[in-house]
Design a protein around this ligand. Structure first.
Ligand code: SPD
Length: 301
């Protein structure tokens, strides 16, 4: 979907990013949004390390709280993470009539786990994250997200998600693929073999939500993912969401189901659960799948 990016090119971009940091600003520069960059004022670098898989940075920012950055790309800020984590979790969970088991692929910050944990019907939540360092730094610097790990129903698997999925079948009611972009460790999570494995890991009637990028900036990714899922699942649709610190201020989820149409919620949040939500509700569930004409053209047909 994208031209492949050499490791040296990522190093060059990280070097530019480090120069920016020296000036007090983080700029998110990537070939995925060439010529455009969001800049965020940084007060302090809290963590910086090259792991076996990627560069991991955590910054204390002036306006967005603490911010997790992988290979120079913003993954979550304390300011607006709730929008993405709620939608990625509750769209598939409420699309399923009675989910008992859930898997998160990626999502090492724990925010999706935090949201899944609000569903009392879940008996087990597995998380398969490739990079243990992401889990550790989230527990240290992003406690509001990593609180998701405190739930006794959580089982942590440190492994490549694409390999793990090939080893399970008929196991999960809901799977959330909370990946980074299709450059680096996230690349395999945007390819057909991964989607076939996802389907195999689902139980009858299962629902998946996968990080599906922005239809303004990544129309080719959105088109290919939705069409791939339409061919594999009974239903597949793209839901849009506002996240100010993601490129273009928006991102989407591809929600695909082996059972009923996921665009219509099968259940609604209790009044107690609704109190904990800042973005998702049943009206927004339906509305998120209604796209402007440019987005609709990509996913229809
Ligand atoms: N362009 C960045 C997309 C990142 C999506 N994953 C974020 C992880 C938050 N839990």
């Amino acid at each position: 979907m994208f031209r492949s990016v050499e490791v040296e090119e990522v190093y060059d971009l990280v070097k530019i990013m480090m120069d920016e940091i020296a000036s007090g600003w983080f700029s998110e520069i990537s070939p995925m949004w060439e010529g455009v960059a969001l800049s965020i004022k940084v007060e302090e670098t809290l963590f910086s390390e090259r792991t076996k898989y990627q560069r991991v940075d955590v910054y204390k920012t002036k306006t967005c709280g603490n911010m997790l950055v992988l290979d120079g790309i913003i993954q979550a800020t304390e300011l607006d993470e709730f929008a993405y984590q709620e939608m990625m979790s509750h769209l598939p969970m409420f699309a399923h009539p009675a989910p008992k088991t859930a898997l998160v692929v990626g999502g090492g910050d724990g925010g999706v786990l935090r949201e899944l944990g609000k569903h009392d019907c879940l008996e087990r939540m597995d998380i398969c994250e490739i990079d243990e360092v992401v889990i550790d730094v989230s527990k240290r610097f992003l406690p509001g997200m990593a609180v998701g790990y405190d739930d006794p129903r959580v089982n942590v698997i440190v492994k490549d998600g694409s390999k793990y999925l090939k080893s399970v079948s008929n196991e999960y009611d809901v799977i959330v693929v909370d990946s980074s972009d299709p450059i680096g460790p996230g690349e395999a999570l945007f390819q057909r073999p991964f989607y076939e494995a996802l389907k195999g890991a689902l139980k009858e009637g299962g629902v998946v939500a996968t990080q599906a990028e922005s239809f303004f900036l990544h129309g080719d990714v959105v088109r290919e993912l939705v069409h791939l899922c339409k061919g594999l699942f009974n239903h597949a649709a793209y839901a849009a969401m506002f996240v100010p610190t993601y490129p273009g201020g928006n991102i989407g989820a591809c929600v695909a189901s082996l059972g009923r149409d996921p665009r219509v919620p099968a259940r609604t949040p209790s009044p107690e659960m609704l109190e904990t939500l800042k973005y998702y509700d049943s009206e927004l569930h339906k509305a998120a799948f209604v796209l402007p004409r440019n987005g609709r053209r990509l996913v229809e047909g």
